[in-house]
Design a protein around this ligand. Structure first.
Ligand code: FMN
Length: 145
C-alpha cells in the first residue's frame, strides 16, 4: 500500500517515460495496474458529484508522458492498415489527459514479429523521434513496475 500511495505523487512531480508492450490490442496487465494506481480521486483528479456538467477536475499540472510502445505487427499508426485495432493509443491519451498530463507523446517501434527492414526502419524512426522529443539530449528513464 505504501508503494501504491506514492504513485500519484510521482506522476504529479515528474514527467513519465514508459516502455509498454502492445498486448492483444491494448496495454498489458502490469501497466494497467500502474494506471489504476495513479488515476485516484482526491490525488490526481477531483470529483464533484453535485456538478454533473463538470464533475471532474484534473490535479496534475504541466507534465508529459512519453510512451514507447513495442508491437509485433505494424500499421497501427494513423492511417495504417491496423489503426482500427489500436486501442492502446486512445486509452493512454484518455487516462493521462483525464488526470491533467498535458502532453501525451506516443512513439511506436513496430514489426518485431516481421524482423528485417520493416523492424529496422521502425526502430530507426522511433529512435529519431525520441531524440527529437529529448531535444537532442539523452533520455532519462523512470521505472514503473
Ligand atoms: C500476450 C501477447 C499479446 C500480443 N498481442 C499483440 C497484438 O495484439 N498486436 C501486435 O502487433 N503484437 C502483439 N504481440 C507482440 C508484442 O507486442 C511484441 O512482441 C512486443 O515487442 C512484445 O514486447 P515484450 O517482448 O516486452 O513482451 C503480443 C505479444 C504477447 C506476448
Amino acid at each position: 500500500m505504501i508503494s501504491s500511495n506514492r504513485r500519484p505523487n510521482e506522476v504529479k512531480s515528474y514527467s513519465t517515460l514508459a516502455g509498454i508492450p502492445f498486448y492483444n490490442f491494448g496495454m498489458p496487465s502490469g501497466f494497467k495496474a500502474y494506471v489504476d494506481q495513479i488515476v485516484r480521486v482526491g490525488r490526481t483528479f477531483d470529483f464533484h458529484p453535485d456538478d454533473p456538467d463538470s464533475a471532474y477536475t484534473p490535479l496534475v499540472r504541466g507534465k508529459r508522458l512519453i510512451a514507447v510502445i513495442s508491437r509485433g505487427d505494424g500499421g497501427y499508426g494513423p492511417g495504417g492498415r491496423n489503426e482500427p485495432l489500436n486501442h492502446l493509443d486512445p486509452h493512454l491519451r484518455t487516462v493521462f489527459s483525464f488526470i491533467g498530463v498535458e502532453q501525451v507523446e506516443i512513439v511506436a517501434a513496430e514489426n518485431d514479429e516481421h524482423g528485417g527492414t520493416a523492424l529496422a526502419d521502425s526502430l530507426d524512426s522511433a529512435r529519431r523521434r525520441l531524440l527529437r522529443l529529448a531535444g537532442g539530449r539523452s533520455v532519462c528513464r523512470s521505472e514503473h513496475g
